[in-house]
Write a protein that binds this ligand. Structure first.
Ligand code: SAM
Length: 272
């Protein structure tokens, strides 16, 4: 998970990173054939995926994130320039505005939540890791935090602002496609979705560019503004920041999703 890695690395951290990266590389190598087998020839764009409970983030599922959060602050966030500039950029995009209801996807231990809480009285943070959620609750008592694996276990209701920083690239292509449909369905008219993604390859199956490609031109949006954040992050490979706006109320005449509607939110089996 290079996006959050501290800039100074101890030998133990380095060894852990090498092992993790080797393991995630093999998971990724196996993912293609396994996916093809499991999906029995169904195209990634098939609308039947919208109702499926079986979504996937190979190598970076619940077990992996639970392990990472066994110790607090696994990304050394306070001393991590990448994380700090990312939070600053997100808050800057909020331009001092207040929002009715806000969803933060993959909130971790609440570092960004703490800042988002200044922009709403109703912040809902969700994360795949119980330990991260427990720490976020302690850190930002005014917000609601829930352990959930998105996009399967979406929280109830709709939101004026949805924030996803360094999380969407864990979702493999179908999960990402279905996941973005589900998130954008929950965005209230005129609402905003902010998605920030490190561009490096640390063994994750998705990429910043793949997320951006799906957001740009998604029928559930009024537009996506892309910002290239050059030179940030480990290896200085940069990041992408997508600012997505939902159509205003009078323009929401057609369903905002790309795939068929979901009857009831299924539970995701977060396969590794
Ligand atoms: C790289 S960290 C980023 C944390 C935080 N968004 C930030 O920018 O500081 C990714 C976070 O996403 C969470 N996560 C990963 N997959 C998830 C999923 N499918 N649903 C909810 N949370 C997820 C992880 O547990 C982790 O806290």
């Amino acid at each position: 998970m290079a996006a959050g890695s501290p800039d100074r690395t101890s030998p133990l951290d380095l060894a852990r990173r090498v092992v993790r990266s080797a393991l995630s590389g093999s998971v990724r190598a196996a993912a293609g054939p396994l996916r093809a087998l499991a999906r029995a020839g169904r195209a990634d764009t098939d609308p039947r995926w919208a109702g499926t409970a079986w979504l996937w983030q190979p190598g970076w599922g619940k077990g992996c994130h639970d392990r990472l959060y066994r110790r607090p602050n696994p990304y050394g966030i306070d001393a991590n320039d990448y994380e700090q500039q990312k939070y600053d950029r997100v808050v800057e995009a909020l331009a001092g505005r207040r929002f009715g209801r806000v969803l933060e996807v993959g909130c971790g231990e609440g570092d960004l939540s703490e800042r988002l809480a200044g922009h709403t009285d109703d912040l809902v943070g969700v994360d795949i890791s119980d330990a991260a959620v427990a720490r976020a609750r302690h850190r930002v008592p005014s917000a609601t935090f829930e352990t959930r694996t998105l996009p399967g276990a979406m929280p109830e209701g709709t939101f004026d602002l949805i924030v996803c920083t360094d999380v969407l690239y864990y979702w493999e292509p179908v999960t990402l496609r279905v996941g973005l449909d589900r998130l954008l369905e929950r965005l209230r008219p005129g609402g905003m979705l902010l998605a920030y993604h490190y561009r490096g390859d640390f063994g994750q199956i998705g990429t910043a560019d793949a997320v951006h490609a799906l957001l740009r031109g998604h029928p559930g949006t009024r537009g996506t503004v892309r910002e290239d954040c050059d030179g940030v992050g480990p290896g200085r490979v940069g990041a992408l920041f997508d600012v997505v706006t939902a159509p205003p109320a009078d323009a929401v005449a057609v369903p905002a999703q790309r795939s068929a509607p979901v009857e009831a939110p299924p539970t995701v089996a977060a396969a590794e």
